[in-house]
Design a binder for this molecule. Structure first.
Ligand SMILES: [Cu+2]
Length: 103
């Protein structure tokens, strides 16, 4: 019985662990997509990404401009960086919701 409680506690702890990784936020609506940054326009809050298919936007792989949901997202990346990101349509604009450099 004590072992079962311990195992349950470990599972709860692992599940509840805060993870900053974009992968932790993957869900049905925002699958994580791989891409390469080709341009960053911080003043406009925009980023150009050569991206793989984006299932939730029914988009094939292409190079295109996205708005950044939060301008601070753009501070961490530069052209040439391989990234993982999530995207959605926000007020009609294709928007990067979260991103991180790929390891
Ligand atoms: Cu696209």
């Amino acid at each position: 019985m004590r072992l079962i409680l311990w195992v349950a506690l470990v599972i709860v702890t692992i599940t509840a662990s805060p993870m900053s990784s974009v992968l932790a936020h993957e869900d049905r609506h925002h699958p994580v997509v791989a891409g390469t940054v080709t341009k960053v326009d911080a003043s406009a809050g925009k980023i150009t990404i050569a991206h793989d298919a984006i299932p939730n936007l029914e988009m094939e792989g292409m190079t295109m401009v996205f708005k950044a949901a939060n301008p601070a997202l753009l501070d961490a990346v530069k052209p040439g960086d391989a990234i993982k990101f999530t995207a959605d349509r926000v007020n009609g604009q294709l928007t990067v919701m979260e991103l991180e450099t790929a390891r």
